[in-house]
Design a protein around this ligand. Structure first.
Ligand code: IPE
Ligand code: IPE
Ligand code: MG
Length: 259
């Protein structure tokens, strides 16, 4: 049996994360270590994207959110940004048929107004073509920033109140979640960040409130299905308490403290 099949068998199908989010980091460092141009790291990174989309679909994960480009990333050298946009454009066109075949719905999140028109059009067209797909929702965060998204939600809430469609006292966390780009989706259960960095970098700030965090040294271009399965297995070894005590969750009233 292959390593991947072995790891897959260890996964508890009844306790899969519904939503996995990934900060795909380390493309540049991977390329620099091979004496290649940074863009080659991004190109190889797209191969890892395909692997992770495939394994998510195989496992039956409902939502996969990939951080592909942050609002802050626009400040990188123009050459890198231009090449990256070109790669994304090509990816969106070349993957369209596969997404359709596999029942994957592409849902862009981020400030699409920032994108070059060609990329925006390819993105919106792929999103439109796959909008009826139900097997896996693939949120692609492009020109995304968590603070931008929250502020946009706040502005929308103010507008709703002003127009009399929402009473201020009815603005609960649940209602507010509906004003974000992940409206209607469960919050991420698991966040993976590659390349050894241990920070959130303005990703899904609202939605990550109770997400399990998993950091790995692996650079994104080298991230494999096996690495993804390791993250899932690690997640399944954790106890999610959501502010409760462990004994409340296990139903053991003494919590083991006074036997
Ligand atoms: C992540 O890899 C991809 C993007 C942010 C677009 P990086 O390009 O950040 O790679 P490092 O962190 O410089 O190695
Ligand atoms: C986060 O990576 C954004 C993406 C992976 C798209 P960065 O490389 O931009 O993050 P920092 O600058 O190291 O925090
Ligand atoms: Mg980086």
């Amino acid at each position: 049996m292959s390593l991947i099949e072995e790891k897959k068998r260890l996964v508890d199908r009844g306790r899969l994360p519904r939503h996995v989010a990934i900060i795909m980091d380390g493309n540049g460092r991977w390329a620099e270590r091979q004496n290649l141009h940074r863009i080659e790291g991004h190109r190889k990174g797209l191969e890892a994207v395909k692997e992770v989309v495939e394994i998510s679909k195989e496992l039956g994960i409902e939502v996969l959110t990939l951080y592909a480009f942050s609002k802050e990333n626009w400040q990188r050298p123009k050459e890198e940004v231009d090449q990256l946009m070109e790669l994304l454009h090509d990816y969106l066109l070349s993957e369209r048929d596969r997404l359709l075949e596999e029942g994957i719905r592409l849902n862009p999140i981020g400030d699409l107004d920032d994108l070059p028109p060609r990329v925006r059009e390819a993105l919106l067209e792929t999103a439109r073509m796959t909008s009826e797909n139900r097997d896996l929702i693939l949120n692609l965060a492009l020109s995304y920033s968590g603070r931008w998204e929250i502020l946009k939600g706040v502005k929308r809430a103010i507008e709703e109140v002003r127009e009399g469609r929402l009473r201020l006292q009815d603005l609960t966390p649940e209602v507010f979640s509906g004003f974000l780009s992940t409206a209607g989706l469960p919050d991420p259960d698991l966040l993976i960040r590659t390349s050894g960095e241990q920070r959130i970098s303005n990703f899904l700030l609202w939605q990550l409130a109770y997400t399990e965090l998993y950091f790995t040294e692996v650079l994104w271009p080298e991230f494999t299905k096996a690495d993804f399965l390791d993250a899932i297995l690690d997640y399944q070894s954790r106890e999610r308490r959501f502010g409760l005590t462990s004994s409340q969750l296990t139903g053991n009233p003494s919590g083991g403290a006074r036997s």
